[in-house]
Design a protein around this ligand. Structure first.
Ligand SMILES: Nc1nc2c(c(=O)[nH]1)N[C@H]1C(S)=C(S)[C@@H](COP(=O)(O)O)O[C@H]1N2
Ligand SMILES: [Mo]
Length: 311
């Protein structure tokens, strides 16, 4: 009987095994790194090279942790980013087609200077700093992350909100061709949207993040720019922001529209108020598996409790 050689997966030339877009993108990346055949691909200055010069940024010692920093391998491979998949362990494997550069943020609504901000220019204008923050997901897991970014207030000051602005609404990209969850999870009201009161947005803790662990934020964690609001459940910390709108009315939010009985606008971390389906009294630390008591306002009450005191 004739011996027929069936090529195994690993014998297929890379060009056939990878999608064309991914292949070309990899070549561009290798070229930018100075790797790969000279002359085969034009060597273009890669925007990421400039971005990498921003990291690591100087740590702001004011923001201290009561626990160890989470192992980077866990923080970058256990994600909630439904635009890609609902499987937390799978997000990082599905982000290859997502192109976070160039990037603009459309700032509109009740501001004196509405504008389309070019992220590269913003990063040359506003200095970056590193902060250690706790992060508590509504699903009762937590981590502690060295984020790099700048206060949301610094961006708000650029656009000069009018006095009628009472809330800010933030929106994630809508790119089904780059994000498989936006093609398959059709029951969600894409694109993702979130909101804060102006007082919350202006609070010193409210941070726009472009980096983590001393380098640019990876795609699975919300490249190229995401919000971090550490006293609220993680779903308020919207990723990959393309638009910011200043409004007089409280904006709707993605999770409140998806499951109104379970996720609310305020979403402050509170160990005494259980989720309808589980307790919020404790949390599982993602890298060690340790169970810790959850802190009121995630331990940030001295910064934010006054925002919620009834007068
Ligand atoms: N656009 C968008 N932003 C998002 C999410 C999402 O699915 N899409 N998930 C949220 C949730 S539930 C959490 S806990 C954090 C997770 O951030 P991390 O993956 O960097 O830990 O992102 C938040 N921001
Ligand atoms: Mo979350």
């Amino acid at each position: 009987m004739a011996y027929l050689k069936i090529p195994k997966g690993w014998e297929i030339p890379e060009r056939e095994a990878t999608s064309e877009a991914a292949f070309l993108n990899r070549r561009k990346f290798l070229a930018a790194m100075g790797i790969g055949a000279i002359g085969a691909t034009a060597i273009l200055p890669h925007p990421l090279a400039a971005a990498d010069a921003l990291y690591p940024a100087k740590r702001n010692p004011a923001y201290k942790l009561d626990r160890p920093i989470t192992d980077e391998q866990f923080a970058t491979r256990y994600n909630n980013f439904y635009e890609f998949t609902e499987q937390k362990e799978g997000v990082w494997k599905l982000v290859d087609d997502f192109k976070p550069e160039p990037w603009t943020i459309d700032v509109s609504g009740l501001v004196r200077k509405p504008q389309k901000l070019d992220l590269d220019k913003v990063l040359r204008q506003i200095p970056l700093e590193e902060r250690l923050y706790r992060h508590r997901c509504v699903e009762a897991w937590s981590m502690a992350v060295p984020w790099t970014g700048f206060p949301f207030k610094a961006l708000i000051d650029l656009v000069e909100p009018k006095s009628e602005a009472k809330y800010v609404r933030l929106v994630t990209f809508f790119r089904p061709s780059q994000a498989p969850g936006q093609r398959t999870l059709l029951h969600y009201p894409w694109p993702y949207y979130e909101g804060l009161t102006m007082a919350e947005a202006m609070n010193e803790l409210t941070f726009l993040v472009t980096g983590m662990y001393g380098h640019a934020v990876p795609k699975q964690n919300g490249a190229p720019i995401r919000l971090v609001v550490p006293w609220k459940y993680g779903f308020k910390s919207i990723k990959s922001i393309v638009a910011i709108e200043f409004t007089s009315e409280q904006p709707r939010t993605f999770w409140n529209d998806a499951v109104p009985s379970e996720y609310h606008f305020l979403a402050n971390v509170n160990p005494k108020v259980p989720h309808p389906r589980w307790s919020q009294a404790t949390e599982r630390v993602i890298d060690t598996g340790k169970i810790r008591p959850t802190l009121m306002y995630n331990g940030y009450g001295s910064y934010v409790a006054s925002l919620y005191e009834k007068t």
